[in-house]
Write a protein of this length. Structure first.
Length: 190
């Protein structure tokens, strides 16, 4: 049975449901009906807001990236413990955000239609990490450092999604944080 959705809430409700459906069932399980059922609305609302499956997925990917950035602490690196705790809490509390993004990354390899969306995903993360590192005082080639930091984070999050133990990831994140901190210190002997 569908429920009444307040004006302006339908789109976000549908993209959140899309992320959850894909995280749970993969892209093969994604149908307008599955999204509508999870959201508790009529499936015509999905078609009304997005028109195509591809438009729905593109909107959901953008939403998932922004939500992930907001909840991981990438915008403000803070202290090492706060950074590690925030990142781990984000991926343990909302693993569907990352699982969905990885599904889309793999799909972009098979379907060139999604490559621009995935390129935007990586560009967005690169920009946020670069900006955060610069604000934290990282010097030198900040873009290269940001690429290395995000590549490490990307790999660690994928490992978590695959079931690698959280304690090992916590140690790896602390090590990553230490390397970021080292990049903010001026060269004493230079």
């Amino acid at each position: 049975m569908s429920r009444k959705v307040a004006y302006g809430e339908g789109r976000d409700l549908l993209v959140a449901a899309t992320v959850q459906v894909v995280a749970d069932k993969g892209l093969r399980g994604l149908t307008f009906r599955a999204v509508a059922d999870l959201a508790g609305v009529n499936n015509s609302l999905v078609a009304h807001h997005f028109g195509t499956r591809e438009a729905l997925l593109a909107a959901a990917l953008e939403w998932a990236v922004e939500r992930s950035i907001e909840t991981t602490g990438l915008l403000a690196l803070g202290s090492g413990d706060a950074f590690v705790d925030s990142l781990l809490a984000s991926i343990t509390d909302q693993p569907e955000l990352q699982a969905f993004q990885y599904e889309m990354i793999l799909e972009a390899r098979r379907n060139p239609l999604f490559r621009p969306d995935v390129e935007r995903l990586y560009d967005r993360y690169q920009h946020v990490v670069e900006q955060s590192l610069a604000e934290a005082g990282v010097t030198g080639d900040v873009a290269a450092t940001a690429r290395r930091v995000f590549a490490t984070l990307d790999g660690l999050v994928l490992q978590y999604i695959a079931g690698v133990d959280t304690d090992g990831l916590r140690r790896a994140l602390h090590d990553l944080w230490s390397s970021v901190q080292a990049a903010t210190r001026p060269n004493v002997g230079a």
